[in-house]
Design a protein around this ligand. Structure first.
Ligand code: NIG
Ligand code: FE
Length: 408
């Protein structure tokens, strides 16, 4: 790639994540070129000293004065779902209660009812439309959760769809088993947790359908005790925890996750400041989902304070039918700046290197480093990197490359 005005997000120097003040350091190179070989970044440098000898590219891409960024990494999505819930959106605007909304076809259980009626092929087709959309918007790695099945057969159906997606797209897809997203229809609480532990996890494990395990540990959903039991049952199958905590209330899920080496704890809208200390020194990535706070008119995770206290932060879209029907990572970066007061450089690092780390993928993704997978996008010409979050509805992506190949 030639004639790049600014090559963004280069050289994290082998760091797998950026913490605290490191997050405002976004390495850039002006007037640059970039070489990908065999699907990976092979070299980059300044246009003035491009080594013409011995450097022959099969395909030369003219960036035409645009910038190049590492692809967004989205470490928390629920893009495999059936239909949509715009009725619930309107009901909420009208001021209906949660119970009334559930009666009228809103809520996780209603998404589960709808998913139950869909074939695997139809579910795959619906999800693929969303995955294609986000790839075109610059997402190169994404995590996808189950959690709208809520019985063994439908949870497995969702995970098979995620596997099929991962096998058919050039983006890197990782899968998370979220059987404990809500109590499945017809089950009692204890009965459902038993089902997750005794039946779902062994089946998911035997078929190797999930990289990670998740629990919606929150008021009215699953307790820290349920969460500990589920994480402990999934551990022998190699599923590492990435869990939903502190969205509605802080009830101890974060502590349970950190104690069990969770890769990430996500949401954190109602995180308490004394929980910062629990994260300190751990490998767990706190992951904020500002799109959810925006869509639900809820508090934002205290990302600014976490960074100021030296912690790392990642951001993700949470793309799902109920709390944020959008996987637009550029908008997530804008919200991180506008609503959580992150600097553009911090927000971009949160959506790339730290987001990759929240999926355990930052040795191979999340920055433009020689040897990493060549997932990147070329932007329209822009005055500066800060323009990206500033122009919060302007599309910026002009061309997308995943594994070194252009996608159309
Ligand atoms: O991450 N918080 C739990 N689950 C989803 C919302 C699910 C839904 O409403 O369908 C979330 O926001
Ligand atoms: Fe979620």
């Amino acid at each position: 790639v030639e004639n790049i005005t600014t090559l963004v997000g280069t050289g994290t120097g082998g760091k797998l994540r950026l913490c605290g003040s490191e997050m405002s350091g976004l390495n850039t190179l002006d007037n640059a070129w970039l070489l990908a070989d065999d699907g990976r970044f092979a070299a980059f440098g300044g246009m003035d000293d491009m080594p013409l000898e011995g450097l022959r590219a099969d395909v030369v891409v003219d960036a035409r004065g645009g910038m190049v960024l590492p692809s967004w990494c989205d470490p928390h999505t629920h893009v495999v779902y059936a239909g949509s819930r715009e009725g619930e959106f309107v009901d909420k605007i009208r001021g209906l209660s949660y119970a009334e909304i559930a009666r009228r076809g809103g809520g996780i259980l209603n998404s589960a009812d709808l998913l139950h009626t869909l074939s695997e092929d139809e579910l795959y087709a619906q999800a693929m439309r969303r995955v294609r959309e986000v790839m075109k918007k610059g997402t190169g790695c994404l995590e996808i959760k189950s959690g709208y099945g809520l019985n063994t057969a439908d949870e497995l159906k969702m995970l098979r769809v995620i596997r099929r997606i991962s096998e058919s797209v050039p983006a890197r897809v990782v899968s998370t088993f979220l059987g404990a997203h809500a109590i499945g229809r017809g089950y009692g609480h204890a009965e459902y947790v038993d089902l997750v532990v005794n039946e779902m996890i062994p089946e998911v494990g035997r078929e190797r359908l999930a990289d990670f395990v998740d629990v919606f540990c929150d008021e009215g959903f699953f307790t820290p005790e349920d969460t500990a039991r589920i994480l402990d049952a999934a551990a022998p199958w190699g599923m590492r925890p990435k869990i939903h905590v502190d969205e509605l209330a802080s009830i101890g899920g974060l502590q349970v996750g950190v104690e069990r080496g969770a890769l990430s704890v996500d949401h954190l809208e109602n995180m308490r400041e004394d929980e910062f200390g629990v994260l300190r020194g751990s490998i767990t990535m706190p992951t904020a989902l500002p799109g959810t706070s925006f869509f639900l008119n809820m508090p934002y995770a205290p990302a600014r304070k976490m960074i100021d206290s030296g912690l790392p932060v990642a951001v993700a879209s949470d793309y799902n039918p109920g709390s944020t029907p959008s996987g637009d990572m550029k908008f997530v970066v804008s919200l991180a700046c506008i609503k959580m007061r992150l600097l553009p450089s911090e927000a971009i690092n949160a959506a790339t290197i730290n987001a990759a780390c929240a999926m355990g993928l930052s040795a191979d993704y999340g920055s433009i480093d020689v040897g990493k997978v060549a997932n990147f996008f070329v932007t329209e010409p822009m005055p500066s990197v800060d323009f990206i979050p500033y122009a919060y509805t302007t599309p910026i992506v002009s061309r997308v490359f995943l594994g070194g190949e252009e996608i159309v």
